[in-house]
Design a protein around this ligand. Structure first.
Ligand SMILES: Cc1cc2nc3c(=O)[nH]c(=O)nc-3n(C[C@H](O)[C@H](O)[C@H](O)COP(=O)(O)OP(=O)(O)OC[C@H]3O[C@@H](n4cnc5c(N)ncnc54)[C@H](O)[C@@H]3O)c2cc1C
Length: 344
């Protein structure tokens, strides 16, 4: 981040030195509640945010939420800003998220590269059909397909899902999310600086090389909402070039050139079809409706089912899986109790 004196500093330096820094923070909102179905931009304007401050909200909080402020439910956004149930800090797992998956998956029969095309369900159970023709049968199934895939109807349900479930899928939205990843021959950000926030596109940059003893220097740009749409319209080469132009302008280094670059595009990935779920104005209840079991056969997990506050996160996806497992155990228990009461 560039300060008034032209130097690049850490966030805490910036807080101390720049009187404008307060404009970039939205966390201390006044105790004014949003109206039902109000969008976040309308709410923020109503409580006095000007265009400058709104641009910071878009680059920060709304950017992470994945959509333009006008496409976010204000009630959910404000509650998320006030909620500290997962702590106040973000943490990065230096060894990568795989370390978590590996321990959770140990000993389980997991079939990779098995694309599900059709799910049949009835009073007897569930039959899942993969693209290679393999059928899988079970009494119950937990559906963890990403919201983007559910919305696309690439996986069909027979019979069709109940209207309430389909409506929930349609009401929620999926954020356009991409990353631009660059490898440089030498560090690009000044020593001790891990992240860079820009008014240009992309606006949010950080280096995953910090803390990694690999000798490589990688810089990542995380891009969502209208900024992602703008870059996607340029194609991969154009988007990557725009990213380098932003870095050159921000760092004052017109000669800057990466050794290697690539774009990671979740929007066009057929097994994601978007980044993560977004709660549009008025759609708060849709998360709960999406999570609700269907006829004691189809159970639902995945980030979009984790509720409006924990959606779009790994911990939300994990918690939703625990919730779905508990729902099945409870259904089995009820079944057992029912059987016992009939026999006795
Ligand atoms: C760029 C980016 C950055 C993020 N940063 C963070 C962060 O810092 N912190 C955080 O907590 N969260 C972050 N998230 C969100 C987090 O990654 C997700 O919320 C979480 O991974 C969702 O888990 P899930 O199990 O619901 O879905 P997924 O992880 O998407 O799993 C769904 C699985 O279904 C598979 N699948 C899809 N279609 C089919 C099919 N037809 N047949 C069989 N399998 C299929 C997919 O291949 C995938 O493996 C980020 C997301 C993105 C995109």
């Amino acid at each position: 981040m560039r300060l008034a004196d032209g130097s690049l500093r850490t966030m805490s330096d910036a807080c101390r030195q720049s009187p404008d820094w307060a404009a970039t923070r939205v966390w201390d909102l006044p105790p004014v509640d949003p109206e039902d179905g109000e969008d976040f931009e309308t709410y923020l304007r109503r409580i006095g945010f000007d265009d400058v401050r709104l641009s910071y909200v878009q680059r920060g909080f709304a950017g992470a939420a994945g959509e333009a402020m006008r496409n976010l439910d204000a009630g959910v956004a404000v509650e998320a800003l006030r909620d500290h149930s997962t702590g106040r800090n973000d943490w990065r797992i230096l060894d990568g998220y795989n370390r978590l998956h590996e321990s959770w998956a140990s000993g389980l029969d997991i079939r990779l590269n098995t694309v599900v095309e059709r799910i049949e369900w009835d009073a007897e159970g569930v039959r899942v059909f993969a693209a290679d023709g393999q059928p899988f049968e079970a009494d119950r199934a937990v559906i963890t397909l990403p919201l983007g895939v559910l919305r696309s109807n690439r996986v069909t349900f027979s019979p069709e899902l109940p209207a309430e479930k389909r409506e929930a899928i349609d009401r929620l939205r999926v954020a356009p999310v991409i990353k631009l990843v660059y490898r440089f021959a030498a560090p690009v950000l000044p020593e001790g600086v891990m992240a860079l926030y820009s008014a240009l596109n992309p606006c949010m940059w950080w280096s995953p090389s910090v803390g990694q003893p690999t000798g490589e220097y990688v810089l990542t740009a995380f891009v969502t909402a209208d900024r992602a749409r703008e870059l996607l319209a340029l194609s991969e080469a154009g988007a990557l070039e725009r990213g380098v132009e932003t870095l050159r302008a921000e760092l004052g280094r017109p000669d800057l050139k990466p050794v290697e670059a690539r774009m990671v595009n979740w929007v066009d990935d057929p097994y994601a079809l978007g980044g993560y779920s977004v709660t549009p104005p008025g759609a708060r209840e849709a998360h709960e409706a999406l999570a609700r079991p269907v006829s004691n056969r189809l159970f639902w997990a995945g980030e979009a089912t984790a509720g409006p506050l924990w959606k779009a996160t790994v911990h939300g996806a994990y918690a939703s899986g625990c919730r779905a497992a508990a729902e099945i155990l409870s259904a089995l228990k009820e079944n057992e109790e029912y059987k016992r009461s009939v026999i006795s």
